[in-house]
Design a protein. Sequence first.
Length: 732
Amino acid sequence: MKQEHLLPHHVEHLLSEGFTSEQIQLSIEMGVQSLSEKEALSMGFKVWDGKEWKSGAGIYFPFTDDFGQLRLDQPIVRKNGSVAKYLTPCKKKTQAYVPDACRAITEGIKDALAACWYGGIPTGAIAGVTHYRKALEKGSGVTSLYDHDALHNPKVFLNLINTGLWTNGKVQIIPKIPGHDKAGLCEYFKAGHTAEDYKKLLDSAYTPKELLMEWPKHWHEMPDKRISEAIKVALNLAAKLLDVLEQETLLYRIKTATKVSIKSLKAILQAARIKHDQKIAAEKGNEPGSKKHREWRYQPVAKILELDFNHCVTSQTFDGWIYRRLFESGKGQWMSKDSAFYRYGGNGSWSHVKDPIVNKLITDASTDAYKLQSSKDTGWYESYPYENNTSTSNAFKFCRKHLILPEGWPANDHLVAFKNVTVDMRTGETRPHDPEHRITRYIPYDYVSNRQCPEAFYQFIESSYGLDLLPVIRAFTSMFLDPTAPYGKFPHLIGASGSGKGVLGRLWNQMFGEKRSASLSGFKEINTPEGRYQYLTGKSICGFPDVGGYQQGLRAFYELVDNGQLSGRALYSATGHEIQWNCRFWTASVDYLQVENASDGWKRRAVPIPTLGAPKVVDPSLHLKLSECMADLIYWALAMPRVERDAILLGEPTIERISEAVRDAELHGDSAKVFVDMCLRPTAQPGAAISKQDLHSRYTSFCKAFGYIPASFTKFNNHVKTFLGQNQITRG
């Protein structure tokens, strides 16, 4: 093997970094070579030590045809006392090593080559953690992967977050490698990690916001001398990246990691917010103190009184101040729809924020807002006139109104945001997350492909419901997930306690996560506009897991199952308005239900799904097993052919157990039919008859004996005519 371009000790260095002889030969062919001190100096690799330019021999790694990095054999001490181990050419614009189809960027080309050769994923490199802005294409979307010391070095962590923001990509940190505090990808692969491990590492990368929220959890290994700097870096980034709720969470995580008081942390965060706000205002030509700022006249007064100028609400209204401060004038991550507040979470979807939470944000802000006043006796002083229900409720209504999209929300019911991508349910086409899609439906699992029915789910259905019902359960699971599936049906799980009703119902709810699912105790909770707004806003699925007794007043429920418009009324709203709720429903009960006018609505919409009874052996880890296969279950359900699914949902049941359950449900749900079925028998006796009054009296006694709610005389007789009309004798 020819290695005349690399000196023996440089070959030994590369071997010690984990490269094979063949890989070293490939690197030579790429241009990796040994440079003497004279050669290095002539190429611009030099450091000023305060007296003269210094260079040194080392290994040269080319990034591009005219830019590279030199690893010095002997590090050089700079004028400021720092040690230079790697050099880039003076007065040359830094460039990145970017292979074809590059997916990730890391620190240093050796680590990048290790990732390409051992990890099998094209990985590029920058020459230093601060080089991202000049070397990388803005918005390229690559994942930034930094050495392990990024967790414990605030300056490196800050550059990692900024790299992710610059590229609009995700960020990740090399996991801990024993014996290597600054482990990079060379150490990662030398430690035995495989190409599959590397793929998982990149797939599990965070958004910059997510990594910032996770960072304090790792501070227990950070040197004490860096904790103060880490707090400042974290809170400066929080002021820039996080909303108010996220900032509050981060504060408490930092408090847990450092024992620094919340009061001190809030003071640091407040200073960071002011600095960030001033920077943004300056960029927009709206810097405090300029005549474009609504309170510019009062800035000197606020300064003298040592008040936070950002909380001055003297010339502007409190409503407008809240709208601009908390909700970014409608240009940020807040919108309103159907009188409800929504916030973009960075996962492709807009989540409903409950009114009490929004109200608390406004109420908390009202305690900071002050008004400047003056008098001859006291001069200038501040007052706090906005700490009252009138101000906060008016601001709530003002912001809700102004956050409505003027063009309306786009018709995007066919789009669903998954954890990793957004999916068009009509075609299965995937696309990147985009807040402009205005999606409110979110499934907190990855969208995967080519999955069969998970074994754990298959065994659960087999033991609890029977495999003959698997297609029906798959069809309803697909219906819940796919907003383009037909409305008008809901599954009714029927069986003894412990037979699997709750497991299946909770599994359906779990597909959407806690924020977008609901479980209610009875149908009456959604019979009013206030109830519907409270329980169904922002929900994709709603279950009634323990229904029993006589059910009446179901017209609102039926309309919701059909996805018809029904009114909802929000907090501080005098009137409601019509809303299409786009919510699916399921019910469960121990036995068949007695339903008011069952044949009018329940029979047409409910599909009874009976269990096989309580199993003899209960698997205590069943919930965990089903949770672990959720992504596979979701894809398997969605892969059901639409024609097959819709035929099950809309057609007459073809499975005998379902057909029998439909007949039983109809019989048990109608007290008049149960009475006729159990108490009346045909007779051949000529002229035999019973009066309507006597028949109703006997029916009432039957209902009292068996726990049914009897219908009135008129309703009973009119109803009996519908199925015993030929037995009625007309008066002569």
